[in-house]
Design a binder for this molecule. Structure first.
Ligand SMILES: *Cc1c(COP(=O)(O)O)cnc(C)c1O
Length: 369
């Protein structure tokens, strides 16, 4: 039983779909499936075709989203970036952009582990400096902090409408509500193996019309920094657009056929459910048990219902022992990854096929007994 915050357990149909032979990557059978995947992703991102946005599906994991930001949204290399850090994954994104793309990244971190972003400080920073990009992690999987992306994005827009808003939604797409168009977001990246319920291997993202314009702008700046080829959206956009449009497929590089076929099934299954509400109620139920019945403390600060709905991060006195005991009855949960508290807590995934109330009760009961 897999109860970690990604990769998650998939349904039988999603897994069976992986075992098919390849289809012609530019042929009508695969193109039809890829088109449906893109249209279904629009529903999950809440973004219309008319907005001029484009969903993207590339071979890779969630981390590829970091490189998509670094190699496409900072074309001059001189952009000013503001990164709102709420845990380990925000810090990883910072490392990527700062160390590997040599970008100018200012970081505003939550004051306490498990806490959110100080709005007053953010406001001051936005008044003082104009940032080209503001980046945030929707759910930081190390702390369970759920950022109010709508509010943060609104605040950034009110001070600096030109700033592009980038969101790491690897652990939120498919379990939290995301309103790409309404919230005025510009680039949101995720992955196949968390709340979307598909196997690992796909980087899934969406880009706004104005960010696309930046990406596709002709440049003859000889000083522009070198950027990788495979992550170049300039190369990918015409291909993905052709899949969404239908008709003749524009080839850039071969998509992972089987993974996209299985994602198609996973998205259809997800869209048949009320996934945001389901995650919310299951998460609230589990956390109330943990806090009220078991008298344990959550890593995430603030009211339970405002913490991430795809995982629970819980302080326990003996994390490795709890994990070992659960492994003994074939249940995998995750340990801590936030460097400041790594050995002090466990993380229980609330996404995927196995994350049923019944299975979660087994975890809690085992801990209590
Ligand atoms: C899992 C995760 C990542 C990394 O995704 P990979 O698929 O492991 O590369 C990045 N950000 C967040 C918030 C995550 O939960």
């Amino acid at each position: 039983m897999l109860l970690i915050p990604g990769p998650v357990s998939c349904t039988d149909l999603v897994i069976d779909t992986l075992g098919q032979d390849s289809l012609t990557h530019t042929g009508p059978r695969f193109a039809e499936t890829f088109k449906r995947v893109l249209l279904n992703l629009r529903k999950i991102f809440n973004s219309s075709k008319e907005s001029g946005s484009l969903p993207l599906v590339l071979a890779g994991s969630g981390t590829l989203g970091f490189d998509l930001v670094g190699s496409n949204l900072c074309p001059t290399g001189k952009e000013k970036l503001l990164l709102l850090s709420t845990g380990y994954f925000s810090e990883e994104l910072c490392e990527c952009l700062r160390e590997f793309y040599k970008l100018d990244v200012t970081v505003l971190s939550s004051k306490q582990v498990g806490g959110g972003i100080d709005i007053v400080v953010l406001q001051e920073m936005l008044q003082e400096t104009k940032y080209d990009l503001v980046l945030m992690t929707h759910v930081d999987t190390s702390t369970g902090v759920l950022n109010d992306v709508e509010k943060l994005s609104g605040l950034v827009h009110s001070h600096s409408p030109e700033s592009l808003i980038v969101v790491d939604a690897v652990c939120s797409l498919g379990c939290e509500s995301i309103e790409f168009d309404k919230w005025g977001l510009d680039f949101v990246f995720s992955a196949s193996q968390k709340a979307l319920g598909a196997p690992p291997g796909l980087s899934i993202s969406i880009i706004s019309e104005r960010a696309l314009r930046l990406v596709l702008k002709e440049r003859n700046d000889v000083d522009a920094p070198p950027r990788p080829y495979f992550t170049s959206l300039r190369k990918w956009v015409p291909s993905i657009q052709s899949y969404e449009l239908g008709g003749k497929v524009h080839y850039f590089a071969t998509p992972p056929i089987q993974l996209i076929l299985s994602l198609d099934v996973a998205l259809k299954e997800l869209l048949e459910t009320d996934y945001v509400t389901n995650h919310l109620s299951r998460s609230n139920w589990l956390k109330m048990q943990v806090v009220e019945e078991m008298k344990l403390r959550l890593v995430t600060l603030g009211p339970v219902e405002k913490t991430a709905h795809g995982l629970a991060a819980i302080y326990v006195s003996n994390p490795s022992e709890v994990m070992k005991r659960l492994q003994g009855i074939d249940i995998d949960i995750a340990g801590g990854i936030h460097p400041a508290i790594r050995t002090k807590y466990i993380r229980i995934g609330l996404m995927g096929r196995d994350a049923t109330k019944e299975n979660l009760l087994k975890v809690l009961e085992d801990y209590v007994n």
